[in-house]
Design a protein around this ligand. Sequence first.
Ligand code: PLP
Length: 371
Amino acid sequence: MEHTWLEIDLSALRYNLRQIKRGLNGKAGILAVVKDNAYGHGIIRISQALVEEKIDYLGISDVSEGRELRAVGINSPILNLGLISQKEEVEEVVNLNISQTVCTKRISCLLDKEAKKRNKRIKVHLKIDTGMGRLGAFVSEATELTEHICKLKNMELEGIFTHFPDAADKKFTLSQIKGFNAFLQKLTKQGINFTYQHSANSLAFLGLSKSWFNLIRSGLILYGVYPQASLRKKIELKPVLSWKTKVAYIKDIPKGWSVGYGRTYTAQRKERIAILPVGYGDGYFYRLSNKGRILIKGKFFPVVGSVCMDTVMVRIDKDIKIGDEVVIIGRQKAQQIKVEELAKLSQTIPYEVVCRLSQLPHRFIDKLNKL
Ligand SMILES: *Cc1c(COP(=O)(O)O)cnc(C)c1O
């Protein structure tokens, strides 16, 4: 019996994808980012649903994710956004027909050699660092690298891209786009063209249409989570993930009795406390101690005391029974707890909230297309 689980609403995912497509209005394709177990949502079922919706590309950050996707028969184009460095990874990328991000001569040569050995052509996307300070070649070194890649016989330079560290800063992002564009124009003059040019993540897609080029790389918004609260006005999305548990134990404590480690909460009167079988070990952040709230029977109840490794205590009222369903993230009757709320209270980003839940059991729901 599972004491806590995630419910993944695939029809909400489909809805979000359609909303993004509507926003793009045919001006660019979509690379759906499914790295990190689809942001904790479950990479296989999420990717299968996206493929059914005719996504252009899937984006991963580790070769093992590509292996999982190919193993269940997903034949769509997959781009590994992460770097590879080991010989085994080079072999596997070529073997699995995964497109690879490159920004060095060394990996380009290794990939080309491996592809030649297998009589294949490997697709690569060249990553340019226009201000992220992470993966990517600087524009100053990229011309030589591009020319080098073009000479490799078993390599197809299918794409070129860059990444934004802070798409909310439009001035900085526009300067990145300008640098990227200037480089693209230079290459065009040399007769070097790409099937895909891309730069936009979720935030840039919503904030700056200049960033779209002909492909956007969309992660967070696919899952119905907003990278910034102000973006709710721009696109209506449905949360894909809910997190649930059940009331495991109930007790009445007298006035003055303390609850949990560190005795950070003391009952002001006789109070009823429910114990929930989730904790920071499951991804319920310690920072939610005495701050978080959960839903039972459509009502909010506060977390009291410190969050433990595998229990959380909440103050409840008389109607609540052992076994009642508890919503930690998601909707119950008219009320809702959003990923964004937990992120804010935990002083982290929504991305971390969902990624931390990756190991919990997933239950998939698909109201539109029963798989
Ligand atoms: C994770 C990632 C994305 C997706 O970002 P979101 O903010 O989730 O849309 C896009 N591009 C790259 C290179 C990434 O690593």
